[in-house]
Design a protein around this ligand. Structure first.
Ligand SMILES: [Zn+2]
Length: 217
């Protein structure tokens, strides 16, 4: 994710996992990714609809946290084929758009949002640095970037090989990059955002700074 060269970490699921010593992201090498066509097929098998109670509840918890921030507009980046979150946000009076490279590829490049939220999307990034740049460009100054993805198992910020070996989240072949608190701390620092929420489990919120007023010299 940061461009630093990763070290081989472990094997599993007929794949290799590499750990970056700088940003602590764990990724699967590109030659072991599934094809984009197979990836889309897998997404269509996911049951991500308003009828799926667990799915909506998971979103609702995150929305409750986000409601403490002043948000009038939102972009759901990587919304999937059913833009559930967009519907939930709209119900709260937030003007929401959805973007998904496979299902809703139209993106208004001139538009910025108080909130850009990405749920269950970061773990699919083939080019995280590029995608993340595209995302942070869509956030207004003073706005928020919310990321939901399952963090890989750590204890006191240390990688846990036994827990990782049995970790369900990496068994999905479309999941090719994994993050932890350290990764998001690195990201926040690198892009100049401030971490304003982190549950150390599956959700972080980063705030984009307002431009510093230029004083008269
Ligand atoms: Zn890195």
């Amino acid at each position: 994710m940061c461009g630093f060269s990763a070290d081989f970490l472990t094997l599993g699921e007929n794949r290799e996992y590499w750990l970056c010593p700088q940003c602590r992201a764990i990724s699967v090498p590109a030659e072991l990714h599934i094809s984009p066509d197979d990836e889309v097929k897998r997404y269509l098998e996911h049951e991500n609809s308003l009828e799926s109670e667990g799915y909506v509840r998971m979103f609702q918890e995150k929305i409750d946290i986000l409601q403490t921030y002043p948000i009038k507009s939102a972009l759901d980046y990587g919304c999937g084929y059913e833009p559930v979150l967009k519907i939930l946000l709209t119900r709260l009076g937030i003007e929401a758009d959805g973007y998904d490279p496979n299902f809703f590829p139209e993106i208004r490049l001139d538009k910025r949002y108080d909130l850009v939220i990405s749920t269950e999307t970061f773990e699919h990034f083939r080019n995280p640095a590029e995608e993340i740049q595209r995302i942070i460009d869509r956030v207004v100054p003073g706005g928020y970037l919310a990321i939901m993805t399952r963090f890989y198992p750590t204890e006191d910020n240390r990688f846990q090989p036994d827990k990782f070996a049995n970790w369900y989240y990496k068994r999905d072949p479309t999941h090719i990059i994994f993050y932890c608190t350290k990764t998001f701390q690195w990201l926040a620092e690198n892009i100049g955002f401030k971490m304003v929420f982190n549950n150390d489990h599956d959700f972080v919120v980063l705030k984009k700074p307002l431009p510093t007023p230029v004083g008269k010299g």
